[in-house]
Design a protein around this ligand. Structure first.
Ligand code: TXA
Ligand code: MG
Length: 319
């Protein structure tokens, strides 16, 4: 756990309009004071992110939603009550004073109350909203460790708080600014969780702009090929006959023996939670090793599997 002094220092850095990277239960955030336009410009510049891509504003538990949103529909209240603090972002109509730099010029704002102890402590010390996109350069794989953040941004981000990201992939985004809530990005709060709470399965995707849902996001340098467990062995043998360097992500409780091969075993998640947890660090590892190709075994697409497949699909499309 961070010391109180480190957290207090990070809060001072935020107040001074500088950037702080901090762990959340999903992925690392690159944080700036959500009310400081110049800090927000600095944030967009560090990420290389287009100005019309909104960022999520992180709030402490018990924050007054009305201070950020003009309208908080019943469904949003129910979702917040059930899943905050946690890996859920709600898109709501933005209150007039909310910086349109943070919203990418939209009249809606993404709000999230994270559950990670370091994020909670930082939000409490800072006392306001922290705008924080994932701590990666635009279009790249999200960071799930302090080391990955430091490598990604070098000295540009002076303060990086340490902590582990238990979920490993970004929050579920639910657009509650429209009549029927829609899931703009699947995550650890699953469609099934939301359906159980709201009594109806929400639509996935939507007319609302959510640039993180561009097909070209979350892309490593390696080419990602998604295969079924039964296709894996044949594909390994095909690639063994070429000169590409390649790695494999298997999936399932049983290890998957394939016999002698040039393939590097990158990860062997036994559960879908583990798959989500190791996904981004594994893609980074593949790039560190200079792999040409990663063969990733597709998980079933229910529950958290929908979110893992979503990220794998974007990583595969990203080249
Ligand atoms: O788990 C997460 O959500 C992480 C951690 C740090 O909280 N953050 C994150 O931020 O993934 P970012 O910026 O990489 O992705 C935010 C996504 C983008 O796809 C953005 O388009 C969408 O949220 N978003 C934010 N505000 C929105 C809005 N007002 N309307 C529609 N989409 C919005
Ligand atoms: Mg991102």
């Amino acid at each position: 756990m961070r010391t109180a002094a480190e957290i207090e220092h990070a809060a001072v850095v935020l107040r001074a309009g500088q950037l702080v990277a901090f762990p959340t239960e999903t992925v690392y955030g690159l944080g700036a004071d959500a009310t400081n336009a110049s800090a927000l410009h600095r944030l967009y510049a560090a990420k290389g992110r287009p100005a019309d891509h909104p960022v999520i504003v992180h709030l402490g538990a018990g924050a007054d939603l009305e201070a950020w949103a003009t309208e908080v529909p019943e469904a949003a209240r129910a979702l917040a009550g059930a899943f905050w603090p946690g890996p859920l972002t709600l898109v709501l109509r933005a209150a007039p004073h909310v910086s349109r730099v943070a919203t990418g010029g939209l009249e809606t704002v993404g709000l999230r109350v994270p559950g990670h102890p370091v994020a909670i402590a930082l939000l409490a010390a800072f006392g306001g909203g922290i705008a924080a996109p994932s701590a990666n350069r635009f279009g790249r794989v999200s960071s799930t460790t302090a080391e990955a953040v430091r490598r990604e941004f070098g000295g540009e981000v002076e303060t990086v708080l340490d902590g582990a990201c238990a979920v490993g992939i970004e929050s579920t985004i639910v657009d509650c600014s429209v009549d029927e809530p829609r899931v703009l990005r699947p995550g650890a709060i699953t469609l099934e969780h939301i359906a159980d709470l709201l009594g109806a399965r929400p639509e996935l995707g939507g007319a609302t702009r959510a640039p993180g849902t561009l097909a070209t996001h979350y892309a490593p340098d390696a080419r990602i090929e998604i295969v079924t467990a039964s296709e894996l062995e044949a594909r390994i043998h095909e690639l063994d006959d070429t000169n590409v360097t390649f790695g494999v992500i298997t999936f399932g409780p049983e290890p998957h023996p394939v016999g002698p091969t040039n393939a590097v075993t990158l990860a062997t998640p036994a559960s879908i939670e583990e798959y989500a947890n190791v996904l981004y660090s594994t893609l980074r590892k593949a790039d560190d090793l200079g792999m040409d190709v990663v063969l990733a075994v597709a998980p079933p697409v229910d529950g958290l599997g929908a979110a893992v497949m979503d990220r794998l699909g974007r990583a595969a499309a990203g080249r």
